[in-house]
Design a protein around this ligand. Sequence first.
Ligand SMILES: Cc1ncc(COP(=O)(O)O)c(C=O)c1O
Length: 361
Amino acid sequence: MSRVINFSAGPSTIPLSVLEHAKAEFTDYKGHGYSIIEISHRTKIFEEVLHSAMARVKRLYGFGENFKILFLQGGGSLQFAQVPMNLMTKTGYAEYANTGNWTNKAIKEAEILGINHRVIASSKESKFDHIPEVKFSDDADYGYICSNNTIYGTQYKTLPKCKCPLVVDSSSDLFSRPVDISSVGLFYGGIQKNGGPAGVTMVAIREDLLDRADDTSTPMILRYKTQANADSMYNTPNTFGIYMLDLMLEWIENEIGGLAKMAERNEQKTAILYEAIDASGGFYTGHARADSRSLMNISFNIASGAEVEAKFIDEASKAGMIGLKGHRVLGGIRASLYNAITAQNVKTLVEFMNEFARKNG
Ligand SMILES: Cc1ncc(COP(=O)(O)O)c(C=O)c1O
């Protein structure tokens, strides 16, 4: 079997061993005579999978007893609205750091909902090429950041510390490194980049925040508390997605050795690509400022222009490397080096890049 190297920004590549595991038990789950996708979520068999995935999330990040893990639907995009709907108090205000497309969308939802909010930091003036300094007010209802900016390829090196609850959109660096959760009130991410297929959003929420939503105006389905009380089964959850997430987290825990090891691996492989860009004599130029470079998404351009970039993407695809086209708002090339990408995959890309630069430089 020949698998391509998939640098897609999401949904994205999954370790072959995880796919093989799912394949092996797909039609007959652990000898029960049915597939995991064919049974009720209310069975002990599914609940074991659900609780295993929840426990793994807690273990990996170190979320304590005072956190609830939820598996929701609606993607990161629903969280843009669900966060203010649940965390705003009647008289309070929220603060946002604007670092690109995904925070812009979150801010837009706050505007539509008419909540009292302000943008306290932004890197818009320099085309979101860096992470600005972020300092949230002590008494804000919450401070909102996106820890990794999938399009612009920037990432917080560490999460900001604050007294107000920190809300983190970690959709594109979920399960990729350990983070300091001491300020975190709510931590979320769609799992489709580092944790399995699309369709599940992981939300870790501090229990004391569950009571903030206004029961008279927040629909039941949109209250975190509803899902927390129902063990994420108020409505039928994405059973297959949660099953795949559990397998992915098992891979991170047992094959890789946890988030610190995952981060080490990610740092090593990303360095290979950044070094190649920096050593290309200006043929390739990275978008992100060096101090804000992402370990997950590397967005870069070819100085000679869009036509040569299109040729690069086409030739890479013929050489078995896909998903390299940059997001439409930035153009150029983007290589997403999520957890399942190996150092060898990156070396193959770099060999191709060096050869391409030699021929087209
Ligand atoms: C950082 C970030 N947040 C939010 C989203 C939106 O996620 P979804 O498409 O699952 O709603 C994305 C999508 O790629 C993302 O990269």
